[in-house]
Design a protein around this ligand. Sequence first.
Ligand code: ADP
Ligand code: MG
Length: 697
Amino acid sequence: MLDQAVTVLRGIGPRKAVVLKEDAGIETVEDLLYYIPRRYIDRSYFKAIKDCFVNENVTVAGTIRRVGVSGRGRKFLEVEIDDGSDSLCGVFFGAISFFQKIFVAGDTVVFSGKVGFYRHKQIVHPDFDFVFDEQGREAVNTGRIIPLYRSTEKLKSVGFDSRGFRRTIMAALDSHGEGIREPLDQAILNRLRLPVLREALHEVHFPESVESAERARKRIAFNELLFHQACLAFIRRREKLHAAKGAAPVDETVYRDFVSTLPFSLTADQVNAIDEIKRDMESPAPMNRLLQGDVGSGKTVVSMAAVLFARSRGRQAAIMAPTEILANQHFMNFKTLLGDRLRIALITGALAAAEKRRIAAGLSDGSIDLAIGTHALIQGGVAFMNLGLIVIDEQHRFGVSQRAALRDKGEATDLLVMTATPIPRSLSLTLYGNLDVTSIRTIPSGRPPIRTMSFPDSRLPGVYRSMEKYIAMGRQVYYVLPMIEDSERMDLKSATHVFDHLRNDIFPGRRVELLHGRMKQDERDAIMGRFREGEIDILVCTTVIEVGIDVPNATVIVIEHAERFGLAQLHQLRGRVGRGAHESFCVLVSADDMSDESAERINTIVRTSDGFEIAEEDLRQRGAGELIGQRQHGHGGFFEFADLGTDMDLIMTARDIADEMASRAPDENPGEKETLPPGLRQNFNGIRTKKMLSLLS
Ligand code: ADP
Ligand code: MG
């Protein structure tokens, strides 16, 4: 009944249904009920227009007095609102007739944005929303808490502003609320002190208070977490059932010999990691280990040890990396250090068909010991004779099911996943529910630390001078921007734009090149190759270089619009330098007027280079997206409803319950590929599982 199309609701015809689907992902009544407010505002939050000052960011609510077109040359629409204290205009350029339909005199609208002044107070292109009923602000249904829904101009043009969502959801709860099924036992709900689902779905849209809205969100989030943990529990269970590899010692001879040829000695953390891996590989159950360590902490050597252990037991190994560049780099490293001990092949999408067939033959008859590649490894046609070890690099780039797909190519395979983005425990339980964790915290000694500095835009000339100085000394520079091309919507410099500027105006005598994700693979590889060979002085790029690239002579990384990047990303980017013997620099250039949150992120990066500390900070800062009791969720995060920063207790409980569910489940039939028992999915219907299932598929 909840899975009926939204068109069963009064007032929603096919045209609105299309917009709801396209702009909000809403197709069924259930989707609508789970479209929870993006945040709540308190009535007291609105600023009186008379108290608004120029350049201030404000949210105001007022009655529309006048809607008129102005402007001699370029026309614009003025929407004048009045809140009893004063009036202000929302100004819209372009799409005038579109906005004319939305703004109707007499209606009460909410504007947010930066106050300007041109004849009178105004906000150019304010964020707008309708939250009050037509009768005006005092006639609003509930109390002082007003839910705001994520909406788009298109949605608003068919009536789905916050007011429209609220009305429609109210109607949907009235007509379909009976159909909300409770998947949890009352005992569990009591233990967690959470309301039943039906109540939660009402409360989250029509809250009594900020606190009750939060409890309702937690209830819905718990479903999401439990469903996710159940998926993980059943995957774990399947892996166990299918995999008893038998205990056998590994032979360390080749490994010892290899270590003695290394030009450095292993750090204590590396030795410890290798010990743990060896123990896992010797035990009867397959290894499931996450190796986390900052960029440059030396994870590759550890994975080489694992490959040699597998080889000593006559088993093949596979290493999967997220990009061709990285796969190539691993291939070269492994070739150099282990080429005379192992037969190694590279498998990427770029491979010619004949070559791919030849390698596939080598893997299936056992004449190749190690395959290094991208997800081309998990595509059809690649079969191993006796795959015993899988290493996944930068594993956050892969989904659970990609991991499982590679695992299915062998029997009782050991799994080692590596990440340079260390994660707090709440995240590791979530993302990698079933992994044991080993951390490499120390960076090999002898390498000078990276010096990180932050400058405002206006100091760019000085930055250019420093770049010139290091280039003159023979060093190379990464120059990173958030976007490939200029965009009209955002006031951001793009890689293409800056590339032209640097090459033509600032560094005409230097070799400047551009690298970004929209270039063809072979073009990218060629440029990366030339950069590695020292044939390029400045590589202007986007975050394509984020992952694992290793060019020791590149000692300066400049990141423009640093305020646009997340903490983990900045940390990753910084890890591109400091890989050789020379002192390295990370220069963060940001807009003069960045937000407090951006400034906090940048301070964190300047202050510490410990990835573990940065990870905790990241979670704390992102979890702290709160303004006076208004929380934002679902901002492209991992979960739609849950918040990894605040819902740790729920994650732990969800994990326990999921384990119970999995252990009680009847034995699955051995050939079965389905990771979830039928019935489980239906139970968690509302968790629009879309995102969740996409993680698993
Ligand atoms: P990551 O953990 O980022 O994958 P790598 O394995 O690529 O790091 O190692 C970075 C660099 O450090 C490589 O050039 C590697 O040869 C070197 N390295 C690894 N272990 C040590 C060590 N114990 N002492 C000195 N250098 C090391
Ligand atoms: Mg690496």
